[in-house]
Ligand binder design. Sequence first.
Ligand code: B12
Ligand code: SF4
Length: 464
Amino acid sequence: MLYPPRPGSTNTVPPVGLLSIGAVLENLGHEVILIDSALSGLRGDALARHVRGFSPDMLLVSAFSSDVTVLTTELPLLKESLGNTPLLLGGPHASCRGVKTLDDLPQVDTIFLGEAEESIVEYLADPSARIPGVIRRIDPWDTSPRHVEDLSILPIPAWHLAPPANYTGLPNGVLCRKMPFAPIITTRGCPYKCTFCAGFRITGRRIRHRPLAMIWDEIDLLVNSFGVKEIHIEDDNFTFDADYTARFCEEAIRRQYPVFYSTPNGVRLDSLDEHILKLMKKAGWYVIHCGIESGSDRILRSIKKNLSTSGIREKISLINRVGLSTAGYFILGLPGETEDDMKKTIGFSLSSDLAWAHFASFLPIPGSEAGDRWFRDHPDSEGIWKIFDNTRCPAPPDGVSRETLIRLQRNAFLRFYLRPGPMFRLLRQILNPVTLRYHLRRFGNYLHTGSSWRRVKPGIETPV
Ligand code: B12
Ligand code: SF4
C-alpha cells in the first residue's frame, strides 16, 4: 500500500483509511506493507526501487485530488518498475471524480469508489467480476460509491503499519498539545448538503456509528501500545447524535487516560449545547474546531450551510463560557462571493470571540455541488490539480482575480493573528516544546533547501 509523496508539505497524518483496508487484508491472511512516502519523502526512482524490493502482488494507492499531479510523475515509474502488477487506486480522488480518474491517471488499472473494505474483499475473490463501487479500466461500467452499512464488521485499523510516533509533523496547522497523536474515525457520513463539500462521495449521507466498545478497544491500543497522547476524531460530523457523543465523553471521563481529545475536522455549531460542551471539556477537549465558512448570511444561505451569523456568534460565546477555546474555519472565494462578502467574513472573524481562525480558499472538489458546477463552467481546467490546495486559491469566483483572492487570504491571516490575544496564543503554541521541534525542523529545512519540503529519509517500512 502506498501513500503518495507530498512535496512541500510538513504536515503528516497516518493514512487511517489505508490502515482500515490493511487490517481487512491481514485478516484474509495477506502480508501487507505500508509505504508512506508522504512521511519518508521517498519518491522517483528511489521510491520505485523501494516498492519493487517487496515484490508486491498488487499495489494499492490512496490519493486526494491534490495528489494527482505528483502521481502523474510517480505512477509511470512505479508501473515501469512493477510490470504487470495490478495498480489499484482508492480514496478521495477516485471517489469524488469517478470514472474520469482513469483519464487523470492512465497507469491505474482499477479504482475503488467510497468505503472499500467490502469491495476489496470481493475484488480479491474475483478480480474480473463487476463489483459495486469498483471500476476496472478494461470494463469501465457505471457505478456509484459504496458504503459499509454496518461499521461493527470492520476490524480495528492496522496501527502497527503506521506507528503514530513516526508522525512528528503537526497534523492540522499548529493545534496539537501533545504528541504522538492519532486520528480515529468513530462515525462515517453526514446528512447535510453543504455545496462545497464532497465528503458524502466517500462516506455517504447516512451517519453510521462504530460501536463504542470497538472505539475504546482502538483507543486502548493507541494509548497503551503506541503511547498516543492526543486523539483526533476526524469524523465528518462527530456531534450529530448528542446521545452518542455524550456516551463517548462519559466513558472518556470514566477512563481518565492522560490524553487530550480534539475534533480537528470541525463540528457543527448547531449540534452543540452547554451539556455536551461541558462533557467534552471534562473528557479532555481543549478546543472546539467549527466550520463557520462565511461571515455573510447571503453566502451561508447560498452554500446551504444551514447556519446564520447570529446563531454562530451565540455558539462561540457559549463555547467560551464553558471554558473551551474556539477555532473557526472559514472559506474565502466561495462561488458568487464578491470582495465585499470576503471582507465581511474577515470582519466577522475579528469581531467574534474566536481564539483561532483558518482561512481556506474555495476548492472546486469534483463530486460536490459547487465543484461539479465549476468544472462544467470551466471545461479547460487541466492545470487545476497542480494548485489543488486550499492555500493556493485555484478557483476564484467570477469578478475576483486570483491575485486579489491570494491577497485577501494573506490579509485575513495577518489581521487575525496580528492582534495581542491571538498573537500571544500563537506564540505560546509555537513555543510549546512539542511544536517547537516541528517549527525548528521546518525552519532548518527551509534554510537547507529553500522550501519547507522535508528532506528524504529512507523508507521506514519493514515486512510484517
Ligand atoms: C480527516 C480528513 C483530512 C485529514 C486527514 C486525512 C487523512 N490522512 O486521511 C487532513 C487534515 C490531513 C486532511 C487534509 C486535506 N483534506 Co481532507 N478530509 C478529511 C475527512 C474529513 C475524513 C477523511 C477520513 O479519515 N475518512 C475516513 C477513512 C476511513 O476513509 P478514507 O481515508 O477515505 O479511506 C476509505 C476509502 O476512501 C477507501 N480508500 C482509501 N484509499 C484507498 C486505496 C485503495 C487502493 C482502496 C482499495 C481503497 C481506498 O477505503 C477506505 C476505507 O473505507 C474527509 C471527508 C470524508 N468524508 O472523507 C476530508 C476530505 C477527504 N479532505 C478533502 C480535502 C480537500 C483536503 C485537503 C486537500 C485540503 C487542503 N489542504 O487543501 C487536504 C489534503 C490532504 C493531503 N494531501 O495531505 C476533501 C477531498 C477532496 C478530494 N477529492 O481530494 C474531503 C472529501 C473533504 C471535502 N472538503 O469535501 N483531510
Ligand atoms: S461541510 Fe460538514 S456539515 Fe457540511 S456536508 Fe460536509 S461534513 Fe456535512
